[in-house]
Design a protein around this ligand. Structure first.
Ligand SMILES: [Zn+2]
Length: 132
């Protein structure tokens, strides 16, 4: 099997793959990027927590125009994963309003974004419909 590296450092390519959030130890606010302090309570201590891989589409937009080389249309969404908001694309389903709906149940899915000259695969994530 090809060597794989995650496209973002909060994607963990375990079995099953999952996202890792930094959780404020005081108020439990969660962030995916690095924070020196919590935006909600100014706490400065964080622990890494695994985010559940199932969620519900909270909001989405169908993107029809993008930079050259970016395939359109695609669906950019905010998914509520048991209280943690995750930004990601809806994948493995047609990018139209007949297939993507608010409140739709989705689950984390990974895909190969690209392969470098030594065969290492870069892996990204999105969310796919939980019922297909
Ligand atoms: Zn906090």
């Amino acid at each position: 099997m090809a060597q794989q590296v995650p496209l973002v450092d909060y994607l963990v390519l375990d079995e099953p793959p999952h996202l890792l959030a930094h959780e404020c130890t005081q108020c439990r606010a969660r962030y995916f990027d690095h924070r020196n302090a919590c935006a909600r309570c100014f706490g400065a201590e964080f622990r890494d927590v695994a985010v559940v891989g199932e969620g519900e589409v909270r909001s989405f937009t169908i993107v029809s125009f993008a930079a050259p080389g970016v395939a359109v249309p695609f669906v950019a969404a905010v998914v509520d994963c048991d209280g943690t908001s995750v930004k990601g694309n809806i994948i493995n389903t047609p990018s139209d309003p007949d297939h993507v709906r608010l409140g739709m149940k989705v689950r984390l899915a990974t895909y190969v974004v690209g392969t470098d000259s030594s065969g290492t695969e870069a892996v990204g994530f999105g969310f796919e419909p939980a019922q297909v």
